[in-house]
Ligand binder design. Structure first.
Ligand SMILES: *Cc1c(COP(=O)(O)O)cnc(C)c1O
Length: 386
């Protein structure tokens, strides 16, 4: 017999369950419509039609053309392809090897940039951010040099929730004729995404953050932005990403993105109230607690905190035992916790940064769950501090 009660999931920034409608749309492509889009026969054609319908649906939502979308295995691959594909294409003739990123990027940007610096001669610099992780467009303007190839700034931050002024930064980059990429993996789940308004040249999106399947996403690449493929082979994805397309996943990606882009207002309305209730109550009830990230310019489902004299991993484990699935920014490496680099970059001491906790909401999170969570949390923190 299992007496463990059902846990409340508060980790939607890590991943989301698949929407029933999305799952349904994918099913035929595992069985009856299993063809390879590259095949000439009817089975192949059916798959090809589904693939191109998915591309077209995404293009309409983004306000771009179909040929500007490259399907990938998700946010990480899209970030890799954007940075590597561009640097390898452009670093010479004339020398353009300078890349500006922020200290609060997802590791798929940070580690890719480091890789490019190490193996491909890229010169990587970090833009200054304020204590909320916000990038000032003027900072971008001042830091762009004659050999700057790319600026990459995260849109909605996965760890601290902060939303960056992407269209303002895009404007600066366009004036300076520098390519602008944004990691919109979190933002795409909650905001209307229009690439003409955002003024981005490249943008990464992944489906599993908005109730789509895991292992699929896309990179938007504005026409005229020359990149080279980083995975070679067949001619799939206009030659930019070899490999038989994951048709069921791509269909699910398009449907989940379409739903996210049409239903974001209703979803947000509910989540905003719960988010602000969580933030204000925790800061009020728990001594020595701090919000990380921006208090207003943040993802509508996102709360993140630092608690003094707390080990964030211990807190997450304890919350899990009590039936709440949250996360901490610090990596748990077998008994030796490492503070989050994002939180230390914002000026927190390593000791303080170890006390981080993130609770992120989903479209079905209800106020009962939140109220019960708020009743539990202060006593758990008190316990752990003793
Ligand atoms: C989840 C996430 C990624 C990685 O996406 P995957 O699809 O899991 O590879 C990249 N950037 C941000 C901001 C994310 O939240």
């Amino acid at each position: 017999m299992n007496f463990k009660k059902k846990s409340v999931y508060l980790d939607y920034a890590a991943t989301t369950p698949i929407d029933e409608r999305v799952l349904k749309s994918m099913c035929p492509f595992f069985q009856t419509k299993f063809g390879n889009p590259s095949s000439i026969h009817q089975f192949g054609q059916d798959a090809e039609v589904a693939l191109e319908n998915a591309r077209s649906s995404i293009a309409i939502n983004l306000n771009c053309s179909e040929s500007e979308i490259i399907f990938t295995s998700g946010g990480s691959e899209s970030n890799n392809l954007a940075l590597k594909g561009l640097l390898i294409a452009r670093r010479e003739f004339p020398l353009k090897n300078h890349i500006l990123i922020t200290p609060v990027e997802h590791p798929a940007i940070t580690m890719t940039a480091k890789h490019l610096a190490h193996y491909y001669g890229a010169e990587v610099e970090f833009l200054r951010v304020d204590s909320c992780g916000l990038v000032d467009p003027d900072e971008v303007k001042n830091r762009i040099r004659s050999n700057t190839l790319l600026v990459s700034v995260i849109f909605g931050n996965n760890e601290i929730g902060t939303l960056n002024p992407i269209s303002e930064i895009g404007k600066v980059c366009r004036e300076k004729e520098v390519i602008f990429h944004t990691d919109a993996v979190q933002a795409a789940a909650h905001l209307r995404i229009n690439v003409e308004e955002l003024l981005v040249d490249m943008m990464s999106v992944g489906a599993h953050k908005f109730y789509g399947p895991k292992g699929v996403g896309f990179l938007y690449v504005r026409r005229g932005t020359n990149i080279v493929p980083t995975q070679n082979g067949g001619n799939q994805e206009y030659g930019f990403r070899a490999g038989t397309e994951n048709v069921p996943n791509i269909v699910g990606l398009a449907v989940s993105f379409d739903i996210a882009q049409h239903e974001y207002k209703i979803r947000t309305e509910n989540m905003l109230k719960l988010r602000d209730r969580l933030i204000s109550n925790i800061l009020e009830k728990i001594p020595k607690s701090y919000l990380t990230g921006h208090p207003r310019l943040r993802l509508p489902n996102h709360t993140s905190f630092i608690f003094e004299n707390i080990d964030g991993n211990q807190l997450v484990i304890r919350l899990d035992l009590d039936g709440y699935a949250c996360s901490s920014g610090s990596a748990c490496k077998t008994g030796n916790p490492e503070p989050s680099e994002v939180l230390t970059a914002l000026g927190n001491t390593p000791a303080l940064a170890l006390g981080s906790m993130r609770a992120t909401l989903g479209m079905n999170t209800n106020s009962d769950d939140i109220e019960r969570f708020l009743e539990k949390l202060p006593s758990i923190i008190e316990d752990l501090r003793e």
